[in-house]
Design a protein around this ligand. Sequence first.
Ligand SMILES: [Zn+2]
Length: 260
Amino acid sequence: MMCPLCAAPTGTTRGYGRTFYACPLCGHLFTRDYDETQLRRGMGMEGSWSGPGGGGYREYCLVKILEQLCGMKSFLLFGTGNTPTLARLLAEGVDVVGCDISPDVVAYKKSVHGEERFDQPDALPGGRLFDGIVAVEVIEHFVNPLESFGLLFSCLAPEGIVAGTTDFYPGGPIEDANRYMSHKGHVAYWSQASLQTVAARFDRSVTAFEMVRPGSILPDEKFRLLWPNKRVFFMHGRGENGRRLRALHHDMDILDINMP
Ligand SMILES: [Zn+2]
């Protein structure tokens, strides 16, 4: 199996009864053991662990960070599912569009917010460019990462930023306390190095932060232990927005996104 990012031959490792492929060059870790139907269906109206109509707090926080830090005005919530984030931001007057792979979610959101406010990923290259694209717990579902990131960057304004969350592979065994890669829909286990490899293809860099686990309060001397692999990442260019994110990271490498 070749690495989908740099075409190097990969080695294999096992976890949760699945075979994973590890690239010796860029560190990308991925599996081809997944259910195609499930991957195409997405999370549907039920959502994931947050349940129907729940979750979305991280998406909301990332939009606020991009608004406040970079003065961004237009946003795409990529893979937002049935969270209330789109409705919440629209009620605040934010220019935001939602997108999800689940046909039932697309139909429902279009009926509530209008045809122009929600789309399938395939329908996105419609000439609209967004300042910020937010993809929370999405990129671990990318089977063809260059294609999927290509879609995202094709919808991004020149100084735009792609932001999201995922678990970063810390090295060592695949299996961990959070059982992140046991989920059949999770096919890519990213790291700073492999995400940076993708970013470089699109002339971008990655700045990543640790995230406070829900219920933890800063300052908390133990919080680094509470959600060890979760990362908030920003893929940005070399311009002013990239400098702002690097400066933020210099000041604090943990983001206080502390609700579920
Ligand atoms: Zn590679």
